[in-house]
Design a protein around this ligand. Structure first.
Ligand SMILES: C[S@@+](CC[C@H](N)C(=O)[O-])C[C@H]1O[C@@H](n2cnc3c(N)ncnc32)[C@H](O)[C@@H]1O
Length: 373
């Protein structure tokens, strides 16, 4: 049997526990990528020569927070020696001589599933320390703090810049790679778009909504009308209200009293099927975050958006996967949403998602131009 020549390795950084979904997606792509090293939150693949690294880089993987091409790895137990060794890796030297790297991203795979035991994805103190050591020893232009190494004050990497990635799989074992920051999430270390969560947020769905809005640069304007299906206790509605939106939350469960105090919010305490279609007539955007299987969630949304008097321009849907195997159906879910007249579709497991994905659907790509200020 003929064997395919292997040219290089690619990596995918993902949610802890989502490796199965990543592999499923990669195999379903039919690109012929072959599984190599993997551990929680980090999966590597051999890329056959006839496939082309560029195709791997440019593909929009749903379960990849970020992805790139491998340059090697370093092992050791002393920070500064390890940093020096990294800059001496032949592949790094070769790229560096061409002035390739414009930024550095360092991160550790998640220690937990987002939301569990109060864990939220982000840049760990260890990753920040390593980044600092690497900048100190790296080329002059990377020594300038393009951004501080603090997660909250860091600036995004410039669009299309080439980034040196360092994945700290263990404190003394770093996998070195690179990527080009083409997609919004690729402008942040580990593909984790940093979002702020105010202390009064009533649920972590606040983070999910914020990340969805930022990642997709969702084109809402101040004073737009939203409806959310499955709004209780109310974090995502709260995020929308904080952006000056008018929100109707639908859920048979109670919402937090903090939300009921907000003048731009109203709660319809019902299941979605019990709500009259006329309630959706002046709605601009719809969000759904119901804890039901994807098929049922889509039936419910379709019954609203397909109604002739409803003209919702865009959707933010959270589809939950009680079983990762359901993620295989994602292309079908997307084509179903497309058939409702939403021509611009993006799907991604957000860093703050649990076992679920976020789908952003707009009637047309032209809508993307109308970003909110
Ligand atoms: C994950 S929680 C939603 C979290 C919420 N988005 C937030 O911001 O806090 C899922 C919710 O979906 C609601 N739900 C399930 N089926 C529903 C349906 N058919 N119509 C409306 N809500 C539903 C549940 O009552 C539950 O409160």
């Amino acid at each position: 049997m003929a064997t395919t020549a292997v040219s290089s390795f690619g990596f995918v950084s993902c949610q802890r526990g989502a490796e199965f979904a990543v592999k499923q997606e990669i195999f379903a792509s039919g690109f012929g990528l072959r599984l190599a090293f993997s551990q929680s939150g980090f999966v590597t693949f051999k890329i056959p020569t006839d496939f082309g690294e560029d195709r791997f880089l440019k593909h929009k993987w749903v379960f990849a927070r970020t992805h790139g091409l491998s340059l090697g790895k370093v092992k050791g137990n002393q920070l500064h020696k390890l940093a020096a060794r990294l800059w001496q890796l032949p592949a790094v030297v070769a790229q560096n001589e061409m002035g390739a790297f414009q930024d550095i991203h360092v991160w550790e795979p998640d220690a937990e599933i987002p939301g569990r035991n109060s864990f939220e994805p982000g840049i760990s103190p260890l990753a920040s320390t390593i980044e600092e050591a690497l900048r100190q020893q790296g080329p002059v232009k990377l020594q300038q703090p393009q951004a501080t190494t603090s997660r909250t004050s860091r600036l995004p990497t410039g669009r299309n810049q080439r980034v040196l990635d360092v994945v700290v799989v263990e404190p003394g074992q770093w996998w070195v790679s690179w990527h080009r920051a083409e997609l919004p999430q690729q402008q942040w270390p580990g593909g984790i778009v940093p979002v702020k969560c105010p202390p009064q947020a009533v649920s972590r769905a606040y983070l999910k909504m914020e990340e969805a809005l930022q990642w997709s640069a969702f084109p809402f304007q101040s004073g737009d009308e939203w409806v959310e299906l499955g709004c209780s206790p109310g974090g995502s509605c709260q995020a929308l209200l904080d952006h000056g939106q008018f929100v109707t939350g639908i859920d048979p469960a109670e919402v937090d009293p903090l939300l009921l105090e907000r003048t731009n919010f109203r709660h319809l305490r019902k299941r979605t099927v019990e709500v009259r279609r006329s309630e959706f007539r002046d709605v601009d955007w719809l969000a759904a975050d119901m804890n039901v299987v994807p098929g049922y969630a889509l039936d419910t949304v379709e019954a609203i958006v397909a109604h002739r008097r409803v003209s919702i321009r865009g959707l933010i849907l959270t589809l939950k996967f009680p079983d990762w195997k359901l993620a295989k159906e994602l292309p079908e879910y997307l084509s179903r949403i497309h058939s409702w007249g939403y021509r611009d579709l993006r799907a991604r497991q957000l860093a703050h998602n649990a076992r679920e994905v976020c789908i952003v659907a707009l009637r047309s790509r032209d809508l993307r131009r109308f970003r909110h200020s």
